[in-house]
Design a protein around this ligand. Structure first.
Ligand code: AMP
Length: 219
């Protein structure tokens, strides 16, 4: 039996967050979403949040030093000893090198979710996040209307501050510029698996589970 240590790579809107929730439930490992941690820090106006806010709103990347410290602290928590799913980290080769240095033992597996860019824009502009259970949905149209409630927990849905067209363009450009070295990092270590993210969400999950079941069984 091997641990589930997973790095999810994919552009914004590729479904990393949705798949992370499902993987986390099935294999009982925590999801560490650096975007979620940063958004909580912005909301709470902590020093980290105040330092990261402008970069996030512009669709750029927060500094490697800040992100590496954040993830090092989070991985030191006891729940991460039995494995983890990293959603949104690493995003640069420097972050990937730092992760390798800080996570001893079994190497993380990297899953890349591939989705065409036109589809990503479509998903992101219509994406809503539940203020209660934090699930993501797409297909929202009437942001701000009282009709938009979560179909799971019925809490109001809201739009992420960086899911606007201008920031989306920058986030996708940032991904294009940074993804290749990151993918190369994991490919060269023989731990990269590509997943077709442009299919029904449940089919993506089935594909991911097939890969992870084999990992958990030590295949
Ligand atoms: P996400 O929710 O993963 O799309 O992240 C939202 C924003 O947080 C990104 O557009 C970046 O500004 C910032 N961010 C999240 N994770 C990282 C990271 N690993 N490195 C740098 N910036 C990050």
């Amino acid at each position: 039996m091997r641990l589930i240590k997973l790095v999810l790579i994919g552009p914004p809107g590729s479904g990393k967050g949705t798949q992370a929730v499902r993987i986390s439930e099935r294999y009982s490992v925590p999801t560490i979403s650096t975007g979620d941690i940063l958004r909580a820090a912005v909301k709470a106006r902590t020093p980290l949040g105040l330092a990261a806010q402008a970069t996030m709103e512009a669709g750029g990347l927060v500094s490697d030093a800040m992100m590496i410290d954040l993830v090092r602290d989070r991985l030191a928590e006891t729940d991460a000893a039995k494995g983890f799913i990293l959603d949104g980290f690493p995003r640069t080769a420097a972050q990937a090198d730092a992760l390798e240095a800080m996570s001893t033992g079994q190497r993380p597996l990297a899953l890349v979710l591939n989705v065409p860019e036109g589809e990503l824009v479509r998903r992101l502009v219509s994406r809503r996040v539940c203020t209660g259970c934090k699930r993501l949905t797409t297909g929202g149209t009437s942001f701000g209307s009282e009709a938009e409630l979560c179909s799971y927990c019925h809490a109001p849905l809201m739009m992420r501050a960086d899911d606007n067209e201008h920031t989306i363009k920058n986030r996708l450009a940032t991904y294009r510029q940074t993804a290749d070295p990151l993918i190369q990092h994991y490919r060269s270590r023989g731990v990269l698996v590509s997943i077709n993210g442009y299919q029904d969400t449940d089919e993506v999950t089935a594909e991911v589970f097939r890969v992870l079941d084999a990992v958990a069984d030590g295949v």
